[in-house]
Design a protein around this ligand. Structure first.
Ligand SMILES: [Zn+2]
Length: 87
């Protein structure tokens, strides 16, 4: 495990059923924390690996993040079967 791997966090938009960039250039632990935060708000988020540091300061305007978010949508096999977590 290397902690030099940077992560992007994308969050599911319930209106478009697509993922949107939320944060990038995060270390793994920070990314996981963010996903848990979203989960606490009943939102679905994903951690994606980055190849390199993104230069755009705003992740919502980051082209690389947008691309990553589209990929996340593609490999989500069963978007209709996601059930609310019963706690
Ligand atoms: Zn980015």
């Amino acid at each position: 495990m290397t902690d030099s791997t940077l992560k992007t966090v994308v969050v599911l938009d319930p209106e478009t059923h697509g993922y949107k960039p939320s944060a990038h250039n995060l270390i793994a632990s920070a990314a996981e924390e963010l996903v848990e935060q979203f989960a606490g708000e009943d939102r679905t988020a994903k951690v994606l690996d980055q190849d390199e540091r993104h230069r755009t300061s705003d992740p919502t305007k980051c082209g690389r993040c947008k691309k990553a978010a589209e990929t996340a949508r593609d490999d989500d096999d069963h978007p209709q079967t996601v059930e609310p977590v019963a706690s």
